[in-house]
Design a binder for this molecule. Sequence first.
Ligand SMILES: [Zn+2]
Length: 215
Amino acid sequence: MIVSYCKKCNLESSGAICQNCGKKASVNAVRDVWRTVRVPVADIGAWKNAGVVVLVTCVVLLAVLLTAERLMSTSASFAATSGSLIAAVILALLIGIALVFGLLALQGREEVRYSLNMEGACMQTWYRASRLRAWARLQHVDMGNTVAAADGVRYFMADERRMAWQDVNEIKYSPSTGTIRLYHTPHLAPFVLRLPPEEYDTAEAIVKKYTKRRA
Ligand SMILES: [Zn+2]
């Protein structure tokens, strides 16, 4: 959704024209904004990241335990104990998965607020402020540093990322999945804009407008 800010009226309007004085906003006062809701426990991306950590930990643990056992025991007793070691590591893996599920479920739902302006893209992740939710994200929550929404609910910003248009060197548009990926380094760690279907075309036009000479 295109919004613009009028300095004279100190007012934000939807569209590029001020609702109060009817003046057209200058280019740097216009932004494209939208929001999406994300539930970490239902997000494959969150599971992938956590899964890699759990799996690598278990494989390293198994390798260390088996090596230590090998060095300290005779081959007959090694054959006997390696089976129970593998069982212990599989148990650790299951506990790890249960822990990840618990933490992701406790994180609840979060809101991602996107904003595109003439300088670049900005993405902020917000969630309802609570100590439990902050703890589940392994974050410190300063309850004095929360922002109240219109309904009085207090929100906490978990993360803020920015990407300047001048740093974008490759772009992938996927209208079918509603995503636009901005790459600084081609193929690596994209800045992903996730869009509701009704917001996609506006965002694509803005990205193209500000990156047309490069990507
Ligand atoms: Zn105005």
